[in-house]
Design a binder for this molecule. Structure first.
Ligand SMILES: C[S@@+](CC[C@H](N)C(=O)[O-])C[C@H]1O[C@@H](n2cnc3c(N)ncnc32)[C@H](O)[C@@H]1O
Length: 356
């Protein structure tokens, strides 16, 4: 029998995750919602662990109507646990490549859409206590800022205004955690966002791929995973970032310290650029980028091959005007919302008029 899976993702990437689900043959999409994609699996269900644009993947456990806005209604969420068939659920998770047991404890995280007179901890503690009673396992609340132990099974409750849903995480760790990320830097990109950018870049075997502000190398490592037969170069002005990318990419690319406005590579040599430049949030722009992004766009335009493609994360659409002035033509724009912040993924090709 098929299993109903729920993939959760950054807002704005729902259609990208749906496309990845279809491309890896995981199953048929039955619902596309806010940060959620529901699919009925085909076999083998273990392909779910290959998803790279999703934050996490779950087995759907139960659905009930959403509760109202008031705290008094939260107790009704215990209904999500009433019909729980523990052996069937364990088997579904095992078939998806997850552990066969529920672990030594229970961790719940909750989210909801719309204004409510209760908070996430009210939901988590109510459902966690019901699960604890039902499964005979200890529940670890997050209410006082404590982090549940690693060996817990991860449960998720989502209230979307119409329905309340209970899900069980398949893997022990969320899918967005990558084993390669041994070192990080401030502003390091969320791997599923990097993976979505890489998909848009449409990497071909033999391409030369550059990230001129590579940080810990998330974009390049995701790119290497998608297209192992390309050539990769990453530069960063900060020597600490160069150390981080060397640790994460295990010397499978050429890397060095350089200013993104003065990259030591020949004109027109780069087939694909993937980049998450420093926009002055968590990471200040340094060197020649200190006074604005015009020198960056000019350098990207110098480096890109005539049939090249650049995929860049930008903070707002004003950046597009600067890219266009530098000689790029936008071919795709996608808004995402990650950690409460809006940004845009833009795909650009060099404006051919400028090549004449
Ligand atoms: C947002 S972070 C990139 C994070 C990276 N994508 C990752 O996932 O780790 C921006 C990076 O730009 C670097 N940077 C700042 N000014 C630079 C410049 N002028 N040239 C090259 N890199 C620069 C910072 O050191 C930082 O590592």
């Amino acid at each position: 029998m098929g299993i109903r899976l729920v993939a959760r993702c950054v807002h704005g990437l729902e259609s990208v995750v749906a496309a990845e689900i279809l491309s890896i043959g995981l199953g048929s999409i039955v619902e596309l919602g806010h940060r959620e994609i529901h699919c009925d699996t085909a076999q083998p269900e273990t392909t779910v662990q290959r998803l790279r644009t999703a934050d996490d993947a779950f087995v759907l456990v139960a659905t009930t109507p959403d509760i109202g806005r008031t705290k008094g209604e939260v107790a009704a969420l215990t209904e999500l646990v009433t019909e729980l068939d523990a052996p069937a659920l364990r088997e579904a998770r095992r078939r998806c490549g997850g552990p066969a047991e529920f672990g030594a404890g229970i961790a719940v995280s909750a989210s909801f859409l719309g204004r409510r007179n209760f908070n996430r901890y009210d939901v988590e503690d109510t459902v966690g206590a019901a699960l604890s009673e039902r499964l005979g396992l200890q529940y670890h609340s997050r209410r006082n800022g404590a982090r549940p132990p690693d060996h817990c099974s991860g449960w998720r409750v989502v209230l979307d205004g119409r329905r309340a849903r209970l899900m069980l995480r398949i893997a022990v760790q969320p899918l967005h955690r990558r084993a390669y990320k041994l070192q990080s830097v401030p502003g390091s990109l969320h791997p599923p966002v990097a993976s979505a950018m890489v998909q848009l870049a449409d990497l071909r075997a033999g391409d030369w791929v550059l990230d001129p502000c590579c940080g810990a190398g998330t974009l390049l490592v995701e790119a290497m995973h998608a297209q192992p037969d390309a050539r990769y170069s990453g530069f960063d002005i900060d020597p600490a970032a160069v150390c981080a990318i060397r640790a994460n990419a295990a010397n499978t690319l050429t890397t060095g310290s350089a200013d993104a406005a003065n990259v030591p590579l020949p004109q027109g040599s780069i087939d694909r650029i993937v980049c998450n430049p420093p926009w002055g949030g968590q990471v200040p722009a340094r060197g020649r980028l200190t006074h604005g992004s015009t020198p960056l766009w000019a350098e990207l335009r110098r480096l890109i091959a005539t049939d090249g493609t650049a995929v860049v994360l930008i903070p707002d659409t004003r950046e597009l005007a600067i890219a266009i002035r530098a000689g790029f033509h936008p071919t795709h724009l996608q808004q995402i919302r990650n950690s409460g912040k809006h940004s845009f993924i833009v795909r650009l090709t060099p404006n051919r008029e400028r090549n004449r």
